[in-house]
Ligand binder design. Structure first.
Ligand code: HEC
Ligand code: HEC
Length: 373
């Protein structure tokens, strides 16, 4: 049997298992599905707010009311207007968050499968003492408006949020290709830090420690105060210039998340000697960059894994979800055409020469001069 056929059969078998297990409504299946939510939500003992609010005691809770979590105006308003989370409201919300709470900042396109929805709600209920079991909602009533709206939810959001299942053991061996990466290899490669702090290494460093490191390793290019030497990048300042003709985009004026500062420095700096800094060094340098940007003012401020998430960059709120599919020019063609989009054979309607970018041929039928001046 050919390898490809074998793979095809294996894939079909996996699919079958997935389909079978989706039939019953159970919390265990919901727990697996929660991988889609984990990027943003925590639930269970000690769960904290992350990108989204924690989901403990969700059943019977008024929407938008977890203390110390900053909701969108839309979610806060939905709560004020009486939205309470129960089987029925969760089902509608999780099918298409943006269709139910217009303007919610939950960037998740929704769960479309009835079974998935039931399992997810069953799972979340296990973390609520006041489990509210609403009567079966009239199916057509609940499904119709939601389905219509589902079409304009960007697919990319789900893909970004979905956490891939680890590949089955020995998949490579089956194909007789390569070998599994060792733990060390994976650890060396897997160093990204996410906006919510996931991936941060243990460590800490103060502004004062960072200043010494910065003077030694960074100031030669970025300037003593991050103002930059010559044309090397500016790392501080620029506040209030974003609407100017020539905005100065720095960590303080423009960047949305501190995790990028940490990750960038750890991954790529100092330029020419990347990955030479210890994790403590990177914490200290990140703390110093906050100081240079007036985001912290105390030289004794210590940045660490545990307080990292509490630091917010000033421009974070000006970044918004990309929901351009809701804009008028996309509204009526949610599915872009990818094949045979124009009728008939392709026609040349314009030459680059018209735009004056194609070098003239020397004479007659000789090829155009190559190269860019
Ligand atoms: C990309 C991040 C992200 C993902 C993925 C995500 N959420 Fe959310 N969720 C949020 C944010 C942010 C909010 C706050 C919404 C607001 O304020 O408008 C939220 C709000 C909620 C709320 C309302 C909570 C309240 O206190 O009112 C529920 C319920 C919820 N999410 C459930 C889920 C479930 C279940 C999943 C997985 C199927 C999920 N979310 C996936 C970010 C996310
Ligand atoms: C030899 C010059 C040089 C040194 C030394 C150097 N950098 Fe850089 N840095 C650069 C260059 C060049 C870039 C832009 C790289 C690019 O865009 O690909 C950069 C970009 C950055 C950025 C992103 C800036 C932005 O707005 O895009 C940060 C943060 C940064 N460096 C931090 C540091 C820190 C911290 C150190 C010291 C540990 C350091 N750099 C040392 C040359 C240097």
């Amino acid at each position: 049997m050919s390898k490809f056929l074998e793979i095809g059969i294996a894939a079909a078998a996996t699919l079958l298992i997935a389909v079978q297990s989706a039939g019953a409504q159970d919390a265990a299946a919901g727990e697996k599905l929660f991988a889609k939510c984990k990027a943003c939500h925590a639930v269970g003992e000690g769960a904290k707010n992350r990108v989204g609010p924690h989901l403990n005691e969700l059943m019977g809770r008024t929407a938008g009311t977890v203390e110390s979590y900053r909701y969108s105006k839309a979610m806060a308003k939905a709560g004020e207007e009486g939205l309470v989370w129960n089987d029925e409201t969760l089902k509608t919300y999780l099918t298409s968050p943006k269709a139910m709470v217009k303007g919610t900042k939950m960037a998740f396109s929704g769960l479309k499968d009835e079974g998935d929805l039931a399992n997810m709600i069953a799972y979340l209920s296990t973390f609520s003492t006041a489990t509210e079991s609403a009567a079966e909602p009239a199916a057509e009533e609940a499904a119709a408006p939601v389905e219509a709206a589902a079409a304009d939810v960007p697919e990319a959001a789900v893909e970004a949020a979905a956490v891939a299942e680890p590949a089955a053991e020995g998949a490579g061996a089956h194909l007789k290709l390569g070998r599994p990466a060792t733990e060390e290899e994976i650890a060396a490669w897997d160093i990204d830090v996410r906006a919510d702090g996931l991936g941060l290494p243990d460590g800490h460093g103060t502004v004062a420690e960072g200043e010494i490191l910065f003077d030694e390793n960074c100031a030669s290019c970025h300037g003593d105060f991050g103002e930059a030497v010559g044309r090397w990048p500016v790392l501080a300042g620029g506040q209030g210039t974003l609407s100017d003709d020539r905005p100065v985009k720095t960590i303080g004026s423009y960047w949305p998340y501190l995790s990028t500062v940490f990750d960038y420095t750890r991954r790529a700096m100092p330029f020419g000697n990347a990955r030479s800094l210890s994790d403590d060094d990177v914490y200290a340098l990140t703390a110093y960059l906050l100081y240079l940007n007036d985001i912290v003012t105390d030289e004794e401020f210590e940045l660490s894994k545990s307080n990292f998430e509490s630091v917010r960059l000033p421009n974070e709120a000006n970044f918004v979800d990309d929901d351009r599919k809701a804009e008028p020019q996309y509204a009526d063609k949610a599915e872009p055409c990818m094949k045979d989009c124009a009728e008939g054979a392709a026609k040349i309607i314009m030459h680059a020469a018209v735009l004056d970018v194609t070098p003239e041929a020397a004479d007659g039928d000789e090829a155009p001069a190559a190269g860019i001046e």
